[in-house]
Design a protein around this ligand. Sequence first.
Ligand SMILES: NC(=O)c1ccc[n+]([C@@H]2O[C@H](COP(=O)([O-])OP(=O)(O)OC[C@H]3O[C@@H](n4cnc5c(N)ncnc54)[C@H](OP(=O)(O)O)[C@@H]3O)[C@@H](O)[C@H]2O)c1
Length: 328
Amino acid sequence: MQIAIIGASGYTGGDLIRLLLTHPKAEVTVATSRKLAGKPVVSDQPHLKGLTDLVFTNPDVDTLDADLAFLAVPHTAAMQYAGKLLQRGIRVVDLSADYRLPKDVYEKTYGVTHTDYFEMPYGLCELHRKEVRGAKAVSNPGCFPTGATLAAAPLAKHAKAVVFDSKTGVSGAGNTASATTHYPSVADNVGAYKWTTHRHLAEMKMELARLGSKAPCYFTPHLVPVNRGILTTAHILLDGTMEQEEVERMYRKFYEKEFFVRYQAPTLAGVRGSNFCDLSVEVREGRAVVVSAIDNLVKGASGQAIQNMNLMCGFDEKDGLRGAGVLP
Ligand SMILES: NC(=O)c1ccc[n+]([C@@H]2O[C@H](COP(=O)([O-])OP(=O)(O)OC[C@H]3O[C@@H](n4cnc5c(N)ncnc54)[C@H](OP(=O)(O)O)[C@@H]3O)[C@@H](O)[C@H]2O)c1
């Protein structure tokens, strides 16, 4: 399979190239960057030196040749490419927010008009495998909603209220420098942002509702001084009496067939660079506290995008994704 990565000079694009180096059935043949067109990929991503000869090209979706394209571009850019690629018979996995939500919810949440809306399955593989399998286009979930939804899913129907408190690494903001991501702002520091208004809340609500939850859902993210990773603490107020043993059994059963979700104490380092989501639960006084850890660039973006590609194309879901976390 020939793969195009639109937005290959970004953080998620770079991780797509890195992970696909070990994929047995897919090879990246097109890597786009408008700013770096004509330059070797390794000039921007020196950790790939000796592993790829790719040269950045312009994102000309009317002429590029590939079987499948990953859209690793900002929201509103993806909608300019997805439909055109599909018309040319090129499958699409969109890493942006453009196709994750119903049109009206997307436009309200992101404050923009969608100029080429159509439905794509929501590619949280563990929950939507059936819809993703064989699909021509899939919308890859947001990083926070991936860790949060996996943490809450087994208890969604038993929740009276759900509060997600997440700590994220700085690569979640992409590779464009800003005052917020400037080293002295981030290093030796922790702060909350968008306390009640983060756009990913809409995805979390959508997924909890699909899981049969009627509970109100809240979300506050925090920026912590690490490069990769999202640790989410989900506080789930239970609508009945449930004890530790029963809830733990529910979690183990819910994920028993899932290779990428492991029931164990989560840490960011334990999943760093890998497609795993580690989680575990503790129950006391009517509240379940579930903590999950993912790498925002892998299970939260590029790894899950490859997992989606594998399902779309009938490959082994683990192809290209068997790497362990990097501990310590
Ligand atoms: N970072 C994360 O943890 C994460 C997690 C989940 C999802 N996502 C989503 O994944 C997407 C990419 O994120 P990122 O963090 O990799 O961003 P990034 O580091 O800022 O990279 C963006 C890439 O898109 C290209 N690009 C920007 N505007 C474009 C346009 N109009 N047409 C074509 N290419 C364009 C850029 O290269 P040129 O400007 O040189 O073309 C660059 O290669 C975003 O939608 C983001 O929300 C990110």
